[in-house]
Structure formats: structure tokens, C-alpha cells
Design a protein around this ligand. Structure first.
Ligand code: FAD
Ligand code: SF4
Length: 508
């Protein structure tokens, strides 16, 4: 029996179970860089560079440990086709890997091994608390799948922020109300910067290669300072816990011009590459809570992102694929305006969110959900186009986490599967949570006519259009209640204005 162990670019864990019990005399590990992966969506240069650099650093570590490795650089073929060639060439009888973070790749590996008559051992990814099986058990028999109940179960099951009786620490499960404040009127003040890492020789070579090979791809490499090794990822995380965690919760949703990172952790790319494990993150945060006497609200708010959202969206992804990728609840068909790729729009909020995304491959959650995502939903853009954009443009984007967040949460493309109502907001929300509107040519409180804010206009037009859907449920009827304060004539003007915008999103 000849065993091949496949390590994908987002499975860079030296303690991975697939590396256990290797026989260096007979078995071999393979890692594949595939140009196809960089190109099947039009990926940000920094995202390509992050994957290549992290993979090459990991390969060096494996070699240092004497693990027999076949490392394929820039294969012109897909991962599956390259793998097929290796399996045949090396007469392998057995393929071992972790479950991929992308449904497409999982199916391709299953198909090719079955075609070649090769035994496939696909193991659970240990970088999640909740296995797929456990998630399916939780889902069974439920009418509504909501994060809040799943999160409570995770807290109890893993004994995190619960007392001996299983009650939540501090008497409540969720401290959202204490979090999510805007920055003070004068601005965010001095925020301790995140740990950034000067490119070493491996990364420098990757940056040159990416600039040459993928010169027409979006985004800049000028600011590439992301962690590419476990050691750097841990250092960045320790810096976050020491300097930024205490203030994370309160300003979790706040936005400000030229403040790309706020108090956020910037952990997602390292967690998604599996440079470290969420258990390490949560244990360290719990320790810091006691040691540094941190507010429970900030600690709970942060833990909810990892133990709640991260686990929930991953469970939903595997539960609903492949349908999730096709979902289009509102049957939206608009093409996305080209300025999603350039940031050249007059809307200041979109300029800021897209601009920093092109610079760093990063925007924080509220920018993704309530700025670029909110606009895409209100502007009736085809979900598939929006999802491809998110998958391409963020350094942390891997389909298991990108798609449920984009299709399921931001676009409500899966209907009420994830949330009881769409996450939509007018310019008033963006005005409250940021200073973007202060320097925008549009006015957040103008609904139609000259200077009307596109977010505001499209928000009201959306509510008018979908009034019936909103009025069916008492829980979301509140959203349309304010419509009764807008005269019929004004509602007509709102719709006329929106019609013009929807026809010509590029001009905004
Ligand atoms: P922090 O705000 O500091 O949060 C800490 C950690 O919690 C994150 O690193 C992440 O691991 C986890 N987390 C927080 N929110 C979520 C969430 N909604 N789903 C899953 N994990 C979460 N996250 C990705 O990792 N990859 C994506 O491709 C991605 N696409 C998104 C697309 C849309 C439309 C939206 C609304 C959200 C998306 N998210 C995605 C979730 C979230 O926005 C990012 O995880 C977060 O902004 C990353 O920054 P951070 O590490 O500073 O996070
Ligand atoms: Fe965005 Fe409207 Fe505010 Fe301009 S006025 S920044 S378009 S919300």
C-alpha cells in the first residue's frame, strides 16, 4: 500500500492528524500550488500571496522535520487534476486528507479517488469545535436555525463562560447591548496598531512572483505584512490580547475614515489557514479575562464570534451546499458596478470599505455586512456575482466561511434560513456608526431627489417593494412601520429615484 497525504493551502497545521503515523520510508506528503485556484475567481494579489507564502513556509517546516514532501509549484492545472496525475504516476493506493473547506474540492477529490479505485480517508478538520455530525444532530427537527441557540449549546457543551449549573456567566448569554457603540464624536483616538510582519526572503520572492504572474489581478501588495507562519500568527494574536481585546467589544461595529482595522483582531486569515486552533484562541481570551480583569461584555462578544458565528456558518455551509451557492431569494439580477473592483465611487462609505479592501484585503465585519453587503442587497445585485467578489477580494476568504456570510447573511439569498429578516439599513445607520457621511457628496437623510443618499433611497424603496414580506411577521413588521409616516406621493418619488439608480449603478 502506498499512501499519499494531501495538505491543502488552508490546512497548515503541523499537528494535523493526517501527519500522525506517517511512515517516512513508504508514505509521502503532497502540497499543490494551483494557478487555477488563484484564477477561478479574480483573486486579490494579497490573497494569492498570503496562501503561497504561508504554504512555502509550511513546506520548509515539514522538510526541516524530515517529512518526505512533494511540493508542486504553480501547477497550471487544478488541484484535482494535478492530484490525479500524482496518484497515477506514484501508483498510490491510499489518499489521506482533511475535509476541504470548499465543497467543490471535496466532491472533486471524492470523484477522482473513486474513479481511480483509490481508498480515500477524509478526516474531520480538528480546527472546529463542532463536527458536521454534531451540527446535523443539532439541526434535526428544528424549524428555525438560529445562531443564538446554537451558540448557547456550544457554551454549555464546551463549558465556556458558564457556571457549574450551566447558566451563563454574568446572568445573560449575550452582551450585545453593551457592545457596538460608535466612536466618540472626535474620532477613535489612538488605537494600538496590530502586529505586522516585514516580508522575509520567502515572502519577498512570492510578492515578486505574484506581481509578475497576476499583474492584472485586483488589489495592492504594497501593504503586505500579514502573518504567514504559526509563530507570527501567535505573536499577532498575543499582541491583540494584550493591547486591543479590552476595547474590542465596545467598538466592534464602529467605522471611521482611514481606520481600516479599528480594535479588531485580524485573526481570520491565520485561523482560516489553520496556523492555530480556535481552542488556543478561546483559552487565551478566558485567561486574559481573569488575569487582566477584562469586561465580560467584550470577552463574551469576542468568544461569540469564534465559538458561535465561526462554527455556525461552517455547519450551515456543509448542510446547505450545493444549493447555497445558487440561492437567490429575491431573484436579484443586477450586474455589480465596476467600482466594486476599483473603489472609484462617490459614495464615501463604499469608497472607504472598498478602498481599504484593495489596499489590505481586509475590511471588518460591519463594513462587509452593513456597507458593501447592504448596498449589494439594496441594489439588487446577482448574489453569485457578489459572492464571487467577496471570495476574491478578502485575504481570509475561503468558501465555507465566505458563502454563508455573503449569501446567507448579507444578501438574504437563502431566505429566512439564517436570520428572520434581511440585514438592511439606510444611510442613517452608517451616519450613526461612522464619520463617512460627513465628507460624502450625498446626504444620508435625503430619500430622493438632489443629494439623495443611495443607501437611504434604496433602503426605503426596498421596504416599499417588499412590504408584504415584512408585514407577515410581527417580529419584522416594525421595519415597515415607519413607511406609514411617508406620504404616498413621497413613496412614489422614492421609487422613481430608485428605478433610475438601479438602472445605472455605475454612475454612483
Ligand atoms: P474580529 O472582528 O476580530 O473577530 C474575531 C474572529 O471571529 C474572526 O477572525 C473570525 O474568525 C471570527 N468571526 C467573526 N465574525 C464571523 C462571522 N460572521 N463568520 C465567521 N467567523 C467570524 N470571515 C472570514 O473569515 N472569511 C470570509 O471570507 C468572510 N466573508 C464575509 C463576508 C461577509 C459579507 C460578511 C458579512 C462577513 C464575512 N466574514 C468572513 C466574517 C467576518 O467579517 C470576518 O471574519 C472578520 O471581519 C475578520 O476580521 P477579524 O479577524 O479582525 O475579526
Ligand atoms: Fe454612504 Fe450615504 Fe453616508 Fe454617503 S451619505 S457615506 S452614500 S451612507
Amino acid at each position: 500500500m502506498k499512501k499519499l497525504v494531501l495538505i491543502l493551502g488552508d490546512q497548515l497545521d503541523i499537528n494535523s492528524p493526517v501527519l500522525k503515523n506517517l511512515n517516512p520510508q513508504a508514505d509521502q506528503v503532497v502540497m499543490i500550488e494551483s494557478a487555477d485556484e488563484a484564477q477561478y475567481v479574480w483573486s486579490h494579489k494579497a490573497k494569492i500571496a498570503l496562501f503561497l507564502s504561508a504554504m512555502r513556509h509550511f513546506a520548509k517546516e515539514l522538510e526541516g522535520l524530515g517529512i518526505p514532501l512533494q511540493y508542486i509549484k504553480q501547477s497550471p492545472k487544478s488541484i484535482a487534476d494535478t492530484l490525479r496525475e500524482i496518484l497515477k504516476k506514484d501508483n498510490c493506493t491510499h489518499l489521506v486528507c482533511l475535509e476541504p473547506g470548499e465543497y467543490r474540492l471535496k466532491c472533486e477529490i471524492e470523484t477522482l479517488t473513486s474513479e481511480l479505485g483509490i481508498e480515500l480517508e477524509m478526516q474531520e478538520d480538528p480546527h472546529f469545535y463542532c463536527s458536521r455530525h454534531e451540527f446535523s444532530n443539532w439541526v434535526a427537527g428544528k424549524k428555525e436555525l438560529r445562531l443564538e441557540y446554537f451558540y448557547r449549546l456550544m457554551r454549555k457543551t464546551h463549558n465556556i463562560l458558564v457556571d457549574k449549573e450551566g447558566n451563563p456567566e454574568g446572568g445573560q448569554w449575550n452582551f450585545d447591548r453593551d457592545n457596538r457603540k460608535p466612536f466618540p464624536k472626535k474620532g477613535p483616538g489612538l488605537i494600538p496598531p496590530p502586529e505586522l510582519f516585514e516580508p522575509d526572503a520567502i515572502t519577498k520572492a512570492v510578492l515578486i512572483e505574484v506581481e509578475e504572474r497576476y499583474s492584472d489581478h485586483p488589489g495592492s501588495l504594497a501593504h503586505f505584512q500579514w502573518p504567514v507562519t504559526r509563530q507570527q500568527a501567535l505573536q499577532a494574536f498575543e499582541g491583540f490580547v494584550e493591547h486591543r481585546l479590552a476595547t474590542f467589544g465596545i467598538y466592534e461595529d464602529a467605522m471611521w475614515t482611514d481606520t481600516p482595522f479599528g480594535w479588531h483582531s485580524l485573526l481570520s486569515s491565520s485561523l482560516n489557514l489553520k496556523l492555530f486552533n480556535p481552542r488556543e484562541v478561546i483559552n487565551a481570551v478566558l485567561l486574559a479575562w481573569k488575569k487582566d480583569d477584562l469586561e465580560l461584555a467584550t470577552v463574551e462578544g469576542f468568544i461569540r464570534q469564534i465559538l458561535g458565528w465561526r462554527e455556525f456558518v461552517r455547519g450551515m455551509y456543509y448542510l446547505d451546499m450545493p444549493q447555497m451557492a445558487e440561492d437567490n431569494f429575491y431573484d436579484h439580477r443586477n450586474p455589480s458596478p465596476n467600482w466594486y473592483w476599483t473603489g472609484k465611487t462617490n459614495m464615501k462609505c463604499m469608497q472607504e470599505a472598498i478602498g481599504q479592501t484593495l489596499q489590505y484585503g481586509y475590511a471588518h465585519h460591519i463594513q462587509r455586512l452593513m456597507v458593501t453587503g447592504n448596498f449589494a442587497l439594496l441594489a439588487e445585485i446577482l448574489p453569485k456575482e457578489v459572492c464571487d467578489w467577496y471570495l476574491a477580494i478578502y485575504i481570509d476568504a475561503i468558501e465555507w466561511v465566505e458563502l454563508p456570510n455573503t449569501a446567507g447573511m448579507a444578501l438574504f439569498a437563502s431566505g429566512g434560513r439564517f436570520t428572520s429578516k434581511p440585514y438592511i439599513a439606510s444611510g442613517a445607520y452608517i451616519k450613526r456608526m461612522s464619520n463617512y457621511c460627513d465628507s460624502c457628496q450625498y446626504k444620508p437623510d435625503v430619500r430622493f431627489g438632489e443629494g439623495a443618499c443611495p443607501m437611504t433611497n434604496l433602503y426605503w424603496s426596498f421596504l416599499i417593494k417588499h412590504r408584504q414580506q415584512f408585514e407577515v411577521s410581527p417580529r419584522i413588521r416594525l421595519m415597515t412601520a415607519n413607511l406609514s409616516r411617508i406620504s404616498d406621493a413621497d413613496q412614489h418619488e422614492i421609487q422613481l429615484h430608485a428605478k433610475g439608480l438601479l438602472k445605472d449603478l455605475s454612475s454612483l
